[in-house]
Design a protein around this ligand. Structure first.
Ligand SMILES: [Zn+2]
Length: 433
């Protein structure tokens, strides 16, 4: 007998919603049809949408910045995730410059992730590499990871990877079939003076730093035919310029991720009384750059959140150089982005991240795939009220949203049902071919 029948829902498959039934056994989808087969449990989704479990490929749980840690860990962060319909996350290993430390950071993160209530995978993170890059990349593959992140900036904290190594990594990405994730800001254009505050972020990290560095990396991608994924694009002008100069790369060799904060807020928020809460890197941009993100949304492959929460007190009354940068978003990302862009966000938060980050059997309501899904009450008049997780605020409070996540299922088990948190245990996601 089947384990679960979800009936009468409007199910998202292949780009549209159809009324149908979903049958689940042993944690996987076994049939999607108008049949009503006998199951141990039946969930009536009449009047609701049923959407593939969301994948957030950009989160920082318990991120260690040396002087502070982000406050959502793999437990509280995945509680917030469940209330947002997210069933898979990809977090980052601590930055390392050689194989030995890479292995150590993998074991450490794997241990921390045991608390996760949803499924998880990791991106390796490289910093100022000195040792054998090919050995590093091969070890990434040996650990069943398919993605490797680098920073083009943060030379002050020795995290920057320089151009020669970037080119080498792009070549290796082609040879060993991995994706290079890049935090793209021109290091030479970033300056942080001791007296700067969060209000100085736009001139400390100017938009030109993102645009010029993105164009330079695109030229390397063109040369090497490597695979690059630009994380957290903050300005639509960056995309417009990439499209103008490297149209053949976009969606093929040069992939683009953006985040809900860059669509929802602009840099004027930094001047508000609680403006420090909006401090992130790259920073919020002017309304013109925000509008261009909307204009070029079709070229954005993935929406991730860069979820990185700090308590109000952690960010208050600090100069820019000593302020932890980052904001939370995992819980409200889907509802807010759907309110902004409509149904096109669904693939950007399910199918696309599964494909680009090589997450096996994730991101689609398809027979044989993991039975990850969420039940959504679509109501464009919804206003965000409250949140979960450790943080003592959400910047999305009071904003318009596309509706409410009613229940979230991970591999055939409800991990949050009708607003109530259930017991669930996340698993490490296998890499796909
Ligand atoms: Zn990040």
């Amino acid at each position: 007998m089947l384990d679960m029948l979800i009936k009468n829902g409007l199910v998202y498959q292949n780009g549209s919603f159809q009324k149908t039934n979903i049958m689940i056994k042993d944690g996987v989808f076994v049939e999607i049809s108008n049949q009503l087969r006998e199951a141990k449990e039946v969930y009536d989704a009449e009047g609701f949408e049923v959407i593939p479990g969301l994948i957030d490929p950009h989160v920082h749980f318990g991120l260690d910045l040396g002087f502070i840690r982000s406050v959502d860990d793999f437990d509280s962060g995945t509680v917030a995730a469940l209330y947002g319909g997210v069933t898979s996350i990809v977090d980052f290993l601590a930055p390392t410059d050689g194989v030995k430390d890479l292995l150590k950071s993998y074991q450490e993160r794997l241990h921390e992730a045991k608390k996760a209530r949803i499924d998880y995978a990791f991106h390796a993170t490289i910093k100022d590499p000195k040792n054998d890059l090919e050995a590093y990349v091969k070890t990434v593959r040996d650990l069943d990871m398919r993605t490797l992140k680098l920073f083009t900036t943060y030379s002050d904290s020795k995290r920057r990877t320089y151009d020669q190594e970037i080119i080498r990594l792009l070549n290796l990405s082609r040879i060993h079939d991995i994706m290079i994730l890049a935090h793209v800001e021109n290091d030479d254009m970033i300056h942080i003076d001791p007296d700067m505050t969060h209000e100085d972020l736009p001139r400390s990290r100017p938009v030109e730093a993102e645009i010029t560095e993105a164009l330079k990396l695109a030229s390397y991608v063109k040369e090497t035919k490597g695979h690059l994924y630009m994380v957290h694009v903050s300005s639509g002008e960056t995309i417009r310029r990439l499209k103008a100069e490297y149209p053949e790369l976009l969606g093929k060799h040069f992939m683009i991720e953006s985040c809900p904060q860059y669509f929802t807020f602009d840099q004027s928020a930094l001047a508000k009384a609680n403006g420090y809460l909006y401090a992130c890197a790259p920073p919020l941009r002017t309304q013109d750059h925000v509008q261009k993100l909307f204009d070029h949304q079709a070229l954005i492959d993935v929406i991730g959140t860069d979820h990185c929460t700090f308590m109000k007190a952690d960010k208050a009354n600090r100069k820019l150089f000593e302020m932890p940068l980052g904001i939370g978003g995992i819980e409200h990302s889907f509802a807010v982005m759907r309110s902004h862009l409509g149904d096109v966000v669904i693939d950007k938060m399910t199918k696309h991240p599964a494909r680009l980050h090589k997450l096996r059997n994730k991101g689609s309501i398809t027979v044989g795939y993991d039975a990850d899904l969420f039940v959504f009450k679509n109501d464009p008049n919804t206003i965000i009220n409250g949140h979960h997780g450790t943080c003592d605020y959400t910047l999305y409070e009071g904003l318009k949203s596309a509706g409410t996540v009613i229940s979230t299922m991970v591999r055939g088990q409800f991990a949050m049902r009708d607003g109530v948190l259930m017991n669930s245990q996340g698993q490490l996601i296998k890499g796909d071919d």
